[in-house]
Design a protein around this ligand. Sequence first.
Ligand SMILES: Nc1ncnc2c1ncn2[C@@H]1O[C@H](COP(=O)(O)OP(=O)(O)OP(=O)(O)O)[C@@H](O)[C@H]1O
Ligand SMILES: [Mg+2]
Length: 421
Amino acid sequence: MERIHVTVRARPLSPEDEKTSPWRISGNSIFIPNHSTKFEFDQIFGEECKTINVYQARTKDIVQAAVRGFNGTVFAYGQTNSGKTHTMRGSGTEPGVIPLAVHDLFQIIQQDVDREFLLRMSYMEIYNEEINDLLVPEHRKLQIHESLERGIYVAGLREEIVASPEQVLDLMQFGESRRHIGETNMNLYSSRSHTIFRMIIESRDRSEDEDSCTSCDAVRVSVLNLVDLAGSERAAKTGAEGVRLKEGSHINKSLMTLGTVIKKLSEGAESQGGHVPYRDSKLTRILQPALGGNANTAIICNITLAQIHADETKSSLQFASRALRVTNCARVNEILTDAALLKRQKKEIEELRAKLQGSHSEHLGEEILNLRNTLLQTELERERIALELEEEKKTQAEWQKRVQRAGQKNRKFEFNGVVFK
Ligand SMILES: Nc1ncnc2c1ncn2[C@@H]1O[C@H](COP(=O)(O)OP(=O)(O)OP(=O)(O)O)[C@@H](O)[C@H]1O
Ligand SMILES: [Mg+2]
């Protein structure tokens, strides 16, 4: 079980705001002196920090694990103008978490000589509760589906095969130019949609030695989501009207659902079989596996220490502290082809036989006793199924005989308590 890793990043302040800021940071704590408000996180970065430091705090590990087959999700959370897009996308002078992750990903893959990789990327936005494909502008209002093989997925979302970091970043820039951005009183380039940048990493063993490998033909597929959320906002501060107001209300609503989902998860709702309202927003539904399931997850909580935004900062920190109590269970995602499954079973049986032969009856290990037990159970199960099949065949034969007789005599008959004419 892994807990969600939470990093806090405070954006730079104007000299004026700096003088009047009520917040203090000490190590991994942030607090208002002489006030009950105090929070602790995995790491807190002050305004002088660089994005690379934030990236190295946890995202780097998540990227490395994604190459090994573990799903990973990192998202930037915080009020408008707190530096989420600056952190995730970066600027001309400072690369963000996404380009840093992309470069790392390709580097790790190139160094892994034992496996071959296939990488795909997708880029989507959730704007006013509609999912748009940022790589294919005409793919709009996409739907979320769920299936046994694919889990939760966005139908029709383009997954572009990519071969270099430059290709990924070019596609990202193309998508970025289609993202909904708008001016508000608080941010000249305010994100009006949540974006999910996704890398799908598929790999298989290069080994050609059929007998020695246990994982050949097994394909690992993992998904790395890097999410730049739109920021929560107060219309009174952003001056939002008309379209901006409508956008703001959708943004706040989905962030509220995210807050409720995190709250429920932090209270252990999922493990206790309680209801977690993932379906109340597209964002939480798409991120469901990352929030309450099979993924390594990290949150970068962007804040401002300015006095004027103390309430919003407190509320962001409350969200982030709840997230600290959420645990996930990440595992390697492996798909076995039939051939791989057979090969693996054959090897397992051989190992079992060798183990059984090598052990003397007087000191059979508990493990071997268990194995014998399992074998016995399987045999019994097979016998039971065979008997059921026999029974079924007899019943069918009996049924056919009666139908025939009834047909000859042209009268009704009864079978298993039901009357047929
Ligand atoms: N750590 C930082 N260092 C330098 N500039 C920053 C930093 N954080 C934010 N900024 C600047 O502040 C402005 C607002 O940041 P940004 O757009 O990233 O906020 P946001 O949280 O994404 O807001 P919104 O929710 O409205 O999209 C930008 O001009 C950005 O360059
Ligand atoms: Mg933004």
